[in-house]
Write a protein that binds this ligand. Structure first.
Ligand code: DC
Length: 233
């Protein structure tokens, strides 16, 4: 008999709303949500603390050696009702969202040894099923056998506008043009990197949510998930 709980892989462009969708689905299904972007961000913070990444200079030898001293874990925080990432026992959920980490993460995420280590952890977390995982290479590399793969996107202008609103709500003073530039450059870096570039798995369901509300999208994905679950029984 196979697993009764399926795995769901959600990939797609940055600011396409992957994490909102993955979190909501996990909650509804009583599954575990795994934010793999948080893991790459925490690996970046670790490298920054060890000074293997300074400004845009990466000391790859130091960075690789430092991986042995990096322990990542997700722990549930009852206050925020979210699972939050811990680096060597310290909750770094807030710290990994800084601009400093955001600007350096693509340098660290492209190092093959970093990806090998994080992918192995992610695969272990999904072994028993019942996981909703979001990232860039989940359907293609991490969970090629996931029962449901979703590739989420929206046009760059829509994503930039959503991101701008988020930043403004957080009190940040930024212009639409700067945010659009950042969205376009992250798309380029994510899609063009040599190791595990962002690409759609052949069997992924593509969801362009430019003209969908969060609720419409959620209902669509939930019905897909329920169909795939029923297919297994
Ligand atoms: O989803 P996010 O913005 O938190 O991701 C942070 C960075 O990590 C982003 O530059 C892409 C990278 N990433 C990756 O390379 N592979 C993943 N599975 C998830 C994120």
């Amino acid at each position: 008999m196979g697993r009764s709980r399926i795995n769901i892989a959600i990939d797609g462009h940055s600011s396409a709303g992957k994490s909102t969708m993955a979190k909501t689905l996990a909650k509804e299904l009583n599954y575990v949500y795994i934010d793999t972007g948080a893991m790459y961000r925490a690996a970046t913070l670790h490298a920054m603390k060890e000074r293997s990444v300074v400004d845009t200079e990466v000391n790859e030898v130091g960075l690789r050696a430092g991986l042995e001293r990096m322990f990542l874990a997700f722990k549930y925080n009852p206050k925020t009702e979210q699972s939050e990432i811990h680096l060597n026992g310290v909750n770094v959920e807030k710290e990994i969202r800084s601009m400093d980490v955001a600007n350096k993460v693509s340098l660290v995420a492209r190092v093959p040894e970093v990806r090998t280590k994080l992918v192995a952890i992610q695969q272990r977390m999904a072994e028993a099923g019942g996981v909703v995982m979001d990232g860039r290479d989940i359907g293609t590399v991490v969970l090629p056998n996931a029962e449901l793969k979703v590739f989420m996107t929206a046009d760059p202008e829509t994503r930039a506008y959503r991101r701008l609103r988020e930043l403004q709500l957080a009190g940040k003073d930024v212009s639409y043009d700067d945010v659009l530039d950042n969205v376009l450059s992250r798309d380029r870096i994510d899609s063009e990197r040599a190791v595990a570039p962002l690409r759609q798995a052949d069997d992924a369901v593509v969801v362009d949510n430019s003209d969908l509300t969060v609720e419409e999208q959620f209902n669509f994905l939930l019905s897909l998930a329920r169909t795939r679950m029923a297919d297994r029984t």
